[in-house]
Design a protein around this ligand. Sequence first.
Ligand code: SF4
Length: 162
Amino acid sequence: MTDSDVRSLHERVERKARRLHVLHQARTQCRSGCSSCCVDELTVFEVEADEIRTSYAELLARGTPHAPGACAFLDVANACRIYEHRPYVCRTQGLPLRWIDERDDEAVELRDICPLNENGPPVEMLAEEECWTLGPFEEELATMQSVSHPELTRIPLRTLFK
Ligand code: SF4
């Protein structure tokens, strides 16, 4: 398991997410400076934490984390300081999301979208392929994690700062 495996996954996510961002650009308010999705509670698997540690050693050693209440990696202009190597979870924000929830032995499909991007066709009406499906990439990351780190521990992003 190497950083390049994580980078390759991020590139695939990026290509797929970009297509959906173009498809939904009429309703999407996502832009630099909007940090509504950049909450303080985000966590990543060790394999993605390693990618950030490798790429931003100086920032993590000497930088100042954003004040608690928002992601530690935001700068004073509410822009992401690790944008190029941001984790998977940050790459699908703003898109219509769908996922399968198991309830009482029954699989139920749920959908959601950022409230800022609600102005458009209801997400329930979108075709499956017009939504980002949560699950497959998370499973890939979990598999990568299990190869190099036996425990599926998740790391709070804030704790990466020294
Ligand atoms: S890592 Fe960057 S994109 Fe992800 S939540 Fe933090 S500031 Fe936002």
